[in-house]
Design a binder for this molecule. Structure first.
Ligand code: EPU
Length: 338
C-alpha cells in the first residue's frame, strides 16, 4: 500500500492534466486496504475519489481530497456450467488486458468492448459500451467495500441499475462504495454481435466471424477513429449521446433530415452527439491548447499536452452552447469534471 501526500496526478488521468491531489492511496492487497480504511474512516467523510486509469476524468484544478487507486489485478475462472464461465477479476486490472485474457480462456461476450481504456472496476461504474454491447449485460455479481459499514458486500448485476453509461455506483451508492471485484457471466459458445455498421463493413462472406476476429476489427476501428491516450491526451467521448422522446425527435428530423440517430424502440431516440458537433463545424476546432479531434468530433483532446483542464472545460462549454443554439439539445458530459 502507498499513502503519499501532495501527489502529482498527470500519469493518472488520460487527458494528462498536471494537477496534484492532497493525498494519494493505492493498494494491491484488498484486506490490507480494508483494515486501513476501517482505521481511517475520516478519509471517506471528506472529499475523495476512486480512480482506475483516469480515462473518464477531467481535472480543472488541484484535487483537494484523497485519490484512492486500486491496483489489485488477480483474475480467473470462478465457476463453470455447461454453457457459461463465471470469470472474476479484481478492480485494478486494465480493462483491455482482461478482455484479452477472457478470449484466451474461450469465455466470450466482451470482444466488442476491446481496447476501451480504463480498469475493470471503472468499467462497471460507468457501464462502458461500444459497438452494440454494454458491460452491464455480462455482470453476474460485483463485490464492493461498503463505506458505511466497512465490510465487503456483494450486489447482483440485476440490482446494479445499469443503463446507458450509468449504474447504481453513480447514484444510490455514489461515495458509499469502492468496487473491488467483478464476476462476469461469459458464454462458452460464441455469439458474435456484428450489428454495428462499422463492424458490418469488415464482415465479408468468406471470412469466419469469431470473437477474435471481432476483437481485431474493433481494435482496427478504434485505432483509426480514436486518438491513443498514450500519445494525445483525451478521455474518449466527452459527451453522452442525448436521448430524446418521439415528439422532440420528429421535430428535429423535420428540420435536419440527415440527422444521425438510433431508434431505441421504446419511444426514445438516441441522437449521435458526434454528428451534432460535426455539423456545427467543430472538427479540428482549437481553444487554447484544447481541440476537437479531426476524426471523431465527440472526442476532445489536449492537443500538445500543454492544455489546462480549464481550457478543455471552456472548449466543452463553447460546444455545448453552439449545439444548444442550433439543435435545442443539451449535451451532457460523459466525462466527470472535477
Ligand atoms: N459521426 C459524425 N461525425 C464524427 C463522428 C461520428 O457525424 O466526427 C457520426 C457517425 O457517422 C455515426 C454517428 O455519428 O453515424 C455515431 O458515431 P460513432 O459510431 O463513432 O459512435 P458515437 O455515438 O460517437 C459511441 C460511444 C463510444 C463508442 C462508439 C462505438 C458514447 C458517448 N460514445 O460513440 O464510446 O466507442 O459509440 O460504439 O456513447 C466512450 O464512451 O468514450 C466511447 C468512445
Amino acid at each position: 500500500m502507498k499513502d503519499i501526500p501532495n501527489y502529482c496526478l498527470k500519469s493518472l488521468n488520460t487527458f494528462k492534466i498536471d494537477v496534484n491531489a492532497d493525498r494519494f492511496i493505492s493498494f494491491d492487497n484488498l484486506y490490507e486496504f480494508l483494515l486501513f480504511a476501517k482505521e481511517n474512516k475520516n478519509i471517506f467523510k471528506q472529499k475523495f475519489i476512486v480512480t482506475g486509469e483516469g480515462s473518464n476524468l477531467l481535472f480543472t484544478k488541484d484535487f483537494n481530497g484523497t485519490v484512492i487507486h486500486p491496483e489489485t489485478n488477480i483474475f480467473g475462472i470462478l465457476k463453470e456450467t455447461d454453457t457459461h464461465y463465471i470469470v472474476q477479476s479484481e478492480a485494478g486490472l486494465k480493462w483491455d488486458d482482461f478482455v484479452d485474457e477472457t478470449l484466451k480462456l474461450r469465455a466470450y461476450g466482451l470482444e466488442n468492448l476491446s481496447l476501451i481504456p480504463g480498469t475493470v472496476g471503472a468499467s462497471v461504474v460507468q457501464n462502458i459500451g461500444a459497438y452494440g454491447v454494454e458491460v452491464g449485460d455480462f455482470v453476474d455479481k460485483i463485490k464492493y467495500i461498503c463505506l458505511e459499514e466497512f465490510v465487503i458486500k456483494t450486489i447482483t448485476g440485476e440490482d446494479c441499475g445499469f443503463s446507458y453509461r450509468n449504474s447504481i455506483f453513480k447514484n444510490e451508492l455514489k461515495n458509499k462504495a469502492i468496487v473491488v471485484a467483478v464476476d462476469f457471466k461469459l458464454k462458452k459458445k460464441p455469439e458474435c454481435n456484428t450489428n454495428y455498421a462499422d463492424i458490418q463493413s469488415y464482415v465479408a462472406d468468406n471470412v469466419p466471424v469469431t470473437p477474435m476476429f471481432i476483437r481485431d476489427v474493433v481494435i482496427k476501428i478504434r485505432n483509426k477513429k480514436l486518438p491513443d491516450p498514450d500519445i494525445i491526451g483525451n478521455a474518449g467521448s466527452f459527451f453522452k449521446n442525448p436521448v430524446i422522446d418521439k415528439l422532440q425527435f420528429d421535430d428535429l428530423l423535420i428540420k435536419f433530415s440527415d440527422l444521425r440517430y438510433y431508434d431505441l424502440h421504446n419511444g426514445k431516440y438516441k441522437i449521435a452527439a458526434a454528428w451534432l458537433i460535426d455539423v456545427c463545424g467543430f472538427k479540428g476546432f482549437e481553444h487554447k491548447g484544447a481541440a476537437v479531434h479531426e476524426n471523431q468530433a465527440l472526442v476532445l483532446i489536449n492537443k500538445l499536452g500543454q492544455a489546462k483542464g480549464q481550457d478543455i472545460k471552456e472548449l466543452a462549454d463553447i460546444i455545448q452552447n453552439k449545439v444548444q443554439a442550433k439543435f435545442g439539445l443539451i449535451l451532457e458530459p460523459e466525462v466527470i469534471i472535477l
